[in-house]
Design a protein around this ligand. Structure first.
Ligand code: BGP
Length: 457
């Protein structure tokens, strides 16, 4: 029997824009997702846009009851900036009321709300003035954070600022998956830097508001494994780690941007514009804990014909097909549970053994309805196997002394996922879009219930 530490957090993660629905109602203003869907619905899988998510705005009481049924003791979701402050300044009372009732319902049912502030949902009013490219976004975000802490700080004790900051940077400014779909490394780096400073200023507000709780961030660490021990491949691995993991982990935990990253950007004439006192602000505002999202590793090798100065990250490292790779056949992502052990050890040895938790792990499955069994339940044994293998590795890491305090799956109820719409399903509960958003537990939900009951398996 594998037992996890006492008070271990068992739960799931989601976000406001992917679950709430009512995206253009109840006083909420538009985000880039609402606008993009209006402008180019064909980009979205099956023409499914942000209005048609899992309707949590109306169904959160039922959701919380379902969370309790499978024994969850915690749930991470986010607040929608555009709902709370539709014009960036004035408070939407309806939003305050909605979130307070939602969080209180969780608490009354023994579920700790862990609340995140930004999950890829840039308000349109801010995008119109340049979004994260404009330094003003840092102050705008800090103000939003302050308001959120003031309004909900009595109910929420674990806060995070951003979910996967490298994703909105890469997807919005390098690879075209998020609005504004710009392809420009220099601009991406500036966006990344402002995101870091927005995080730092939100942490400062957290202390100024004096919230009784802890502040963290959620990072998608992408452990890189190099093709060989050749110096060039190892160099590629080091840069991949720098950009995808250390670019945020180092400043938020250790209080400084890695020297190697500064040198790399300088060499490539890519240093962002910074303000004089930023360095001190980064030192002064480190986090209390970190959430790590882990889905798959990155296999890297040195690029064959890199540009210098670099134009894209592929000038620094290239992916390669690891011959021993195991793949999730329903989503195409690599399955490599040992990386979770490696992450646990990295957190222990390189980040002062700061408290951390797995804030997302999960297995996306396309056309999951094909696995409905005779009883009408989705028999997702593959997801149970996936969780089991990852939890075994996580447990090894904890036994080795890593300070991990919880495990959250992505996600609780199947949810809408950006341009992918409902292509990949991840939930413990199936969502039936043709039947009033009906929720039905999957086999993995029942398995999770046993884990939460036994604090292990
Ligand atoms: C994570 C994001 C989530 C969600 C998930 C699944 O990186 O934090 O918001 O989208 O990935 O992604 P997908 O639906 O593309 O498989």
């Amino acid at each position: 029997m594998i037992k996890f530490p006492n008070d271990f957090l068992w739960g799931a993660a989601a976000s406001a824009p992917q679950t709430e629905g009512h995206s253009s109602r109840n006083g909420k203003s538009a985000t880039t997702w609402d606008k993009w869907f209006e402008l180019a619905p064909e980009k979205f899988n099956d023409n499914q846009g942000p209005e048609n998510t899992s309707n949590t705005y109306e169904m959160f009481v039922e959701d919380v009851v379902n969370m309790r049924k499978i024994g969850m003791n915690s749930y991470r979701t986010s607040i929608s900036w555009a709902r709370l402050l539709p014009d960036g300044q004035n408070l939407n009372d309806e939003a305050v009321n909605f979130y307070r009732t939602y969080f209180q319902t969780m608490i009354d049912n023994g579920i700790e709300p862990i609340i995140n502030l930004f999950h890829f949902d840039m308000p349109w009013w801010l995008m119109e003035k340049g979004g994260w490219e404009n330094r003003e976004s840092v102050d705008d975000f800090a103000y939003y954070a302050q308001v959120a802490f003031e309004q909900f700080g009595d109910l929420v004790h674990r806060w995070t600022t951003f979910n996967e900051p490298t994703v909105h940077i890469e997807c919005g400014y390098l690879y075209g998956y998020h609005y504004p779909a710009v392809v420009d490394l220099r601009r991406a780096i500036q966006v990344g830097y402002h995101t870091l400073m927005a995080h730092v200023m939100a942490v400062q507000k957290f202390h100024q508001v004096n919230v009784d709780g802890q502040i963290g961030i959620i990072l998608n660490v992408l452990p890189a494994y190099s093709r060989s021990d050749d110096a060039k491949d190892l160099g590629a691995k080091a840069i991949s780690d720098l950009l995808s993991s250390r670019s945020f982990l180092d400043p938020v935990v250790l209080g400084h941007v890695p020297n190697e990253l500064v040198k790399l950007l300088k060499r490539n004439e890519l240093l962002p514009e910074i303000n004089d006192n930023d360095k001190q602000l980064i030192i002064d505002n480190t986090v209390d804990f970190v959430g790590i999202n882990y889905y798959q590793p990155r296999r890297v090798q040195a690029p064959k014909n890199p540009n210098f100065p670099a134009k894209m990250p592929s000038d620094w490292f290239e992916s390669y097909d690891w011959p021993d790779k195991r793949v999730n056949p329903y989503r195409g992502w690599e399955i490599y549970p040992p990386a979770l052990y490696d992450i646990a050890i990295m957190m222990r040895d390189e980040y002062g053994n700061i408290p951390w938790y797995v804030s997302e792990n999960g297995m996306g499955v396309a056309d999951e309805e094909r696995f409905i069994d005779d009883t009408g339940m989705i028999n997702d044994q593959y997801r149970i196997d996936f969780m089991k293998e990852h939890l075994e590795q996580l447990h090894r890491g904890i036994e080795a002394g890593s300070n991990c305090f919880g495990y959250h799956m992505w996600t609780f109820v199947d949810c809408w996922s950006w341009l992918n719409g409902y292509r990949n399903r991840y939930g413990f509960y199936r969502l039936d879009l043709n039947n009033n958003y009906k929720r039905t537990v999957k086999k993995s939900g029942l398995w999770f219930q046993q884990i939460t009951q036994n604090n292990g398996f």
